[in-house]
Design a protein around this ligand. Structure first.
Ligand code: HMG
Ligand code: MG
Length: 296
């Protein structure tokens, strides 16, 4: 059954901008303020990762320091203790740790095995606990890997359980390269929901093959009520060649509206925020809803 309310986690300023040409710190701040102004409560605002790996996120501290949004939950990626300390120093109240269901992807993305990543996260979790910070977990490649191909849902289950055992309050299921289809989503959720409560899972679909909205609808029908998306469909993944951006938040909001599901977001203001960042990027939004609204 469909949820009555969906929580959108807006990842455009992180997952989106980590794979676009660099924009200024001011552009990022304006984007995040506009997203909050459109009613989004959960915003991934940056990543405390190595600037050698992802130069686009190198100014995350400055972005977050410049924001004054007391009622917005600002989230950030923290792959290790160093990242956690830096995120805490600027007042981040929700961390995200990230690993994968594929060994090869994990190595390329964070330079360690899945087991090593879990061990590394123990420090991050202890630090978070002592500072009253909640932690979200990401699992990449849940529906396929650019290096390993198909991924067994049992492997996804094992990694999800490890993240929940560590103390993550939620695990976000990443279709990093956007290869999933509705049938594969159902098959994955058959395995996961047999062991894990739906309230502990979120979905994070990239739209490379144009399946993201269908996949989201499939997950909603299974009762999943947290959806990650990026305004204007920004981004991709630097370690997954050819992967396109996340599903566009505008398109998800339109879907939810059509289904009569509450979301708390002002679609017009959201679309404006998308156009503004796209102007800075010298591109058009990758959101059919946004383009349609513009042409009305
Ligand atoms: P490493 O090279 O194995 O780590 O990288 P290291 O500990 O040996 O450190 C190497 C250098 O990085 C050192 O600097 C450290 O100080 C520095 P040097 O001595 O060479 O000058 N360093 C850091 N600097 C800033 N912040 C830090 C930090 N940690 C170390 N936190 C590491 C390991 C994890 C750091 C690296 O691999 C990394 O940063 N990876 C991040 C990759 C990334 O951000 N990928 C994109 C996000 S994940 C994603 O998009 C998927 C998702 O959207 C879900 C989905 O779609 O599936 C979440
Ligand atoms: Mg992603």
């Amino acid at each position: 059954t469909l949820p009555s309310h969906v929580r959108i986690v807006e990842v455009g300023a992180r997952d989106g901008l980590q794979n676009e040409r660099a924009v200024t710190t001011r552009d990022k701040v304006t984007l995040i303020e506009s997203l909050a102004g459109a009613g989004i409560k959960d915003i991934e605002a940056g990543a405390f990762v190595s600037p050698k790996w992802v130069p686009q996120m190198a100014d995350s501290s400055n972005v977050i320091r410049a924001l004054d949004l007391p009622t917005t939950n600002l989230m950030a990626l923290t792959p290790n203790l160093k990242g956690a300390e830096a995120a805490h120093a600027v007042g981040i109240k929700e961390f995200a740790i990230f690993t994968a269901a594929s060994e090869a992807f994990c190595q390329k993305n964070i330079n360690c095995s899945i087991d090593q990543s879990i061990a590394r996260f123990t420090d991050v979790m202890a630090f978070a606990k002592s500072h009253n910070i909640r932690v979200r977990g990401y699992v990449s490649c849940v529906l396929g890997c650019p290096y390993e191909g198909d991924i067994d849902p049992q492997r996804v289950l094992q990694v999800c359980q490890k993240l929940l055992d560590l103390g993550c309050y939620e695990v976000s299921l990443g279709d990093t390269i956007g290869v999933g289809t509705a049938k594969k989503v159902d098959e994955l959720l058959d395995v996961l929901l047999a062991e894990i409560d739906k309230s502990l899972l979120a979905v994070h679909f990239h739209d490379t093959y144009g399946q993201a909205l269908t996949n989201i609808y499939t997950a909603l029908k299974r009762g999943i009520a947290t959806v990650d998306s990026a305004v204007a469909g920004l981004g991709g993944c630097p370690y997954a060649k050819g992967a396109s951006g996340n599903v566009a938040t505008e398109d998800v909001v339109y879907l939810l509206q059509g289904l009569g599901i509450e979301h708390g977001i002002d679609l017009e203001r959201l679309a404006k925020a998308g156009w503004a960042i796209c102007t800075a990027l010298n591109k058009q939004p990758v959101s059919k809803v946004s383009l349609a609204l513009k042409n009305q």
